[in-house]
Design a protein around this ligand. Structure first.
Ligand code: PEP
Ligand code: MG
Length: 900
């Protein structure tokens, strides 16, 4: 079995399609090599070896031999030998999973440096200082990753081997009056390396290995083990990455960006990942190793003029300093983009004037950038329409609909400082200083901004829950920036005027002192930090031409109609702007809670006989008519599905003594009578009780009033020259006779009003399908219905027998224990509830071929559910106004995928 895939000098065993086996990094290294791009040679050990090691606790037998073979090929090409005195080869050992997990697993660099090979490397590089610098870095990384973390040792805070070695280094610098690492001489670094080794031996109880092969296998095993490290596990949980994927390990010839001033290292994006603009964007550092750029310890230089920030404006760009290399890099960039048809995130190293590409991968980008890049690449002919649509995730759209800081409040706010604009949008919250605090404060329902000097993968759980992230250090490619951008989270990094005291949980920013819990606001698009909580604003999508173009494209591709759930003219107007083609659910119960209306409603409920009930209910008529007039007008000529009263009546009754007293005064009904009526209306299972069409059947005057309000509003609009289209929807029908009963009342009223007012208008009568029995008897129900709308909230509730209001008491445990994979109230349960939907569709259409079918439960805004409904043959989905653009994209994607 092939366990090791070699790559080097234009030849590679693997290719880009083998991400599952070689991980993203390994597959791309192989692909770049095939393209003839300069990649340091090496090999990838497959993810299958990782899973084998995790389950068996040992490697497959053939592994050693295969690693040896590939190492030999690498040595031959480089004309160097691993572990040998003359011309020694050093390698890096890095993780690389199928899906990028930035910084979540381990890396060991400079593997192969021993007392034997050090003189050889000094001779090869002609730079003793560089060699001892590489050596002390190896000791630090190796002891931390291989000798401590991989063994599961858990030192106390501040007592980890890495921290202890850092103390040695800092003390050395202080004793010698050095301020920078660059002040250290070769002899200093040699002495420090010796102290490091002593410390490692003392703290960890065994010596740092002086054997290249032992180092190599130690590093390989540690990287495999880091797949199950705490950080990686936490990240996998957040990103839904299965544990059995495993990671690959890449062993690759070391190239050095820190071999003097002719050497450098950098990271770049083929397009701007924050805006999507088609401009080469990146950062670099002369005489440095890659980790120096990402760690954000030194402010990186801009790659070119375009990449300049306020922090780096006085620093020279690579374009200026080394135009020749920049031009080569620019050519590689274009080559990679054309080859991959997507924006790439690149890592490069220049060793003594020679360019090496260390990595290419699909670049993480925020929502706005994702949309712009896809639309631009479509224009440039790099991708097709279908590819462009599939490239954008529903989350990207959600993100650009996120809030930004209201410019009006921003104008008058106190600007504390500026940093780099690393993550989009605006965020306001109370400041906290640790990831743990971020988590516990948000659990208490608070909004927080997480403040760190720089973030590390250990912070991801806190970063995930925080509304925004602010760091004192780091550049646009720092850990905080990468992670935040990936999630579309507001983030400002590299705020150099921010001084944090973690002991007292306070900060000072340009002279302003703030304590834990104080409010600040971030503008992540500009890098601004403000004192206090500023108001945030929804974005203006009308101004975003890329978004508009995308939405137009979704409409050309999708089969499903997209409607909205809206109960007010304002929501209807908003949803129309987002592209809604009608209202799929107008709930009418919310309309009864305003003070004037609620007393009429209560009066109706308390009425002792039909006559007084009718009198009370008619008080509600003018209100309802106005409501429907506004909504029908806002949506005309699109259809508006108005659902008749659904909830149990007790929801409208007063609860406290005081409210009862007030109601008694308003209606003249004795308090005791009110109380006894409340008791009479009390139900043990109100969700399964006197609600839905059962109300209209018991109290037909409610149905009559609502139907009259709908049709009188329609009449008024028709007379005004509008073209309203009401659809009257009967809730919670479980049998055909229930619908038949209500339909008769509604249609009689429509006829009566049309006749009396001498108008004619179109309308439909249909029902919600939200009970299992309705699905099973849909063929009979469809004889009386012109449309069905699946109420998947109630259908989920009644199919599972879960109360939708109380499910929180056990659902987290169910999800944790994998008894259930997804919350069925968020994403449709395809196996159970979904099958009922399919049955309902098939049976309904079997007796009524013209039946229009939609869905208006919460699932109408969930992309996976939308895909399911598309395949189940529904005509439309209906969702809340702000989900409409997401639903349009999801519906287009569902159509494309169903044809693949
Ligand atoms: C449903 O049950 O899915 C539905 C849309 O109605 P409601 O949520 O109002 O019960
Ligand atoms: Mg319902």
């Amino acid at each position: 079995m092939k366990l090791v895939y070699y790559f080097g000098d234009g030849q590679a065993d693997g290719a880009v399609h083998q991400k599952d086996l070689l991980g993203g990094k390994g597959a791309n290294l192989a692909e770049m090599t095939r393209l003839g791009i300069p990649v340091p040679p090496g090999f990838t050990i497959t993810t299958e070896v990782c899973t084998h090691y995790m389950t068996e606790g040992k490697y497959p037998e053939e592994l050693k031999h295969q690693v040896g073979e590939s190492l030999l090929k690498t040595e031959t090409i480089m004309n160097q030998q691993f572990g040998y005195v003359v011309n020694p080869l050093l390698v890096s050992v890095r993780s690389g999973a199928r899906q990028s997990m930035p910084g979540m697993m381990e890396t060991v660099l400079n593997v192969g440096l021993t007392n034997q090979t050090i003189p050889g490397l000094i001779q090869q590089s002609g730079d003793e200082r560089f060699v001892y610098d590489a050596y002390r870095r190896l000791i630090t990384m190796y002891s931390d990753v291989v000798m401590e973390k991989a063994l599961g040792l858990k030192p106390k805070d501040g007592k980890g081997i890495r921290e202890q070695l850092e103390v040695i280094l800092e003390n050395f610098k202080t004793e010698h009056n050095y301020s920078e690492d660059t002040d250290l001489t070769a002899d200093d670094l040699k002495a420090i390396s010796e102290s490091f080794k002593l410390c490692v031996h003392n703290v960890l109880g065994k010596p740092f290995p002086d054997d290249a092969t032992e180092q190599l296998w130690g590093a390989i095993t540690a990287v495999f083990k880091s797949w199950n490290g705490k950080r990686a596990q936490a990240y996998r949980r957040i990103e839904n990455i299965p544990a059995n994927w495993g990671t690959a390990v890449n062993v690759q010839t070391m190239v050095f960006g820190n071999m003097g001033d002719e050497s450098a290292t950098g990271v770049a994006f083929t397009r701007n990942p924050a805006t999507g603009e088609n401009q080469f964007y990146g950062e670099w550092l002369a005489n440095a190793q890659g980790e120096d750029v990402v760690a954000g310890i030194r402010t990186p230089n801009p790659l070119n003029k375009y990449s300049t920030t306020s922090e780096s404006k006085n620093l020279p760009s690579l374009e200026e300093v080394n135009h020749k290399i920049y031009t080569v890099l620019d050519t590689v960039k274009t080559r990679l983009e054309v080859h991959y048809h997507d924006m790439q995130d690149l890592e490069f190293t220049i060793q003594k004037g020679r360019l090496w590409m260390l990595q290419t991968r699909t670049g993480k980008r925020n929502g706005a950038a994702a949309i712009r890049i896809a639309m631009d690449m479509l224009d440039e002919g790099l991708i097709s329409e279908d590819e462009a649509l599939l490239r954008i995730s529903p989350e990207n759209i959600d993100e650009i609909m996120h809030e930004t800081v209201d410019p009006k409040s921003e104008k008058s706010a106190t600007l504390l400082a500026t940093g780099l604009p690393a993550g989009p949008g605006g965020a306001t919250g109370q400041i906290v200083f640790t990831a743990e605090d971020a988590e516990s404060w948000t659990q208490q329902g608070k909004k927080v901004i997480l403040i760190r000097n720089e973030t590390s993968p250990e912070d991801v759980h806190g970063m995930h829950v925080a509304s925004g992230i602010l760091t004192a250090k780091g550049g646009m490619t720092s850990h905080a920036a990468l992670v935040a951008r990936g999630w579309g989270k507001c983030c400002v990094v590299g705020c150099s005027t921010l001084n944090i005291n973690f002991d007292t949980k306070t900060l000072n920013i340009n002279g302003t002192a703030l304590n834990e819990g104080d409010w600040i606001t971030l503008n992540g698009s500009w890098g601004n930090i403000y004192n206090g909580a500023l108001s945030l604003k929804k974005p203006d999508l009308e101004q975003n031409q890329y978004f508009k173009k995308l939405m137009k494209l979704t409409d050309q591709k999708r089969r499903l109609g997209i409607r909205t759930n809206a109960d007010s003219p304002e929501d209807a107007i908003q949803a129309r702007k987002f592209g809604a083609e009608g209202i799929g659910l107008c709930r009418t119960e919310h309309m009864f809670f305003e003070p004037k209306r609620i007393s009429a409603m209560r009066e109706m409920i308390l009425a002792k006989d039909e006559a007084s009930r009718r009198k009370a209910v008619m008080k509600l008529l003018p209100f309802q008519r106005d409501d429907f007039y506004g909504i029908l007008k806002a949506m005309a000529p699109h259809p508006v599905t108005i659902r008749l009263l659904d909830p149990p009546l007790h929801e409208f009754l007063p609860h406290t003594e005081e409210q009862i007293k007030k109601l008694s005064q308003e209606t003249g009904i004795n308090s005791l009578d009110i109380k006894s009526r409340i008791t009479a209306l009390h139900e043990s299972n109100p969700m399964l009780g006197h609600r839905g069409c059962r109300l209209g059947i018991m109290y037909p005057e409610i149905t009559e009033m609502q139907a009259r309000a709908i049709f009188e509003a329609t009449t008024k609009l028709v007379k005004e020259g509008e073209n309203p289209f009401p659809e009257v929807m009967i809730p919670l029908v479980g049998s055909a006779p229930e619908l038949e009963n209500q339909k008769l009342i509604v249609s009689q009223l429509a006829n009566e009003i049309m006749k009396k007012e001498s108008v004619s208008f179109d309308y439909l009568i249909g029902t919600m399908i939200e009970l299992p029995r309705a699905c099973v008897t849909a063929d009979e129900i469809a004889n009386y219905a012109e449309f069905f709308s699946f109420g998947t909230n109630d259908l989920t509730q009644t199919t599972f027998g879960f109360s939708r209001d109380d499910v929180g008491s056990f659902m987290p445990q169910y999800l944790e224990s994998k008894i259930i994979n997804n919350d069925p109230f968020q994403s449709i349960d395809q196996l159970g509830v979904g099958e009922l939907v399919k049955l309902g569709v098939q049976k309904g259409r079997s007796t009524n071929a013209k039946l229009k079918i939609g869905i208006c439960g919460e699932h109408g805004g969930d992309p996976d559910s939308i895909s399911f409904f598309n395949n189940a043959g529904l005509d439309y989905v209906s969702c809340s106004p702000y989900r409409v653009p997401i639903a349009r994209l999801a519906a287009a994607q569902a159509t494309i995928k169903s044809k693949l």
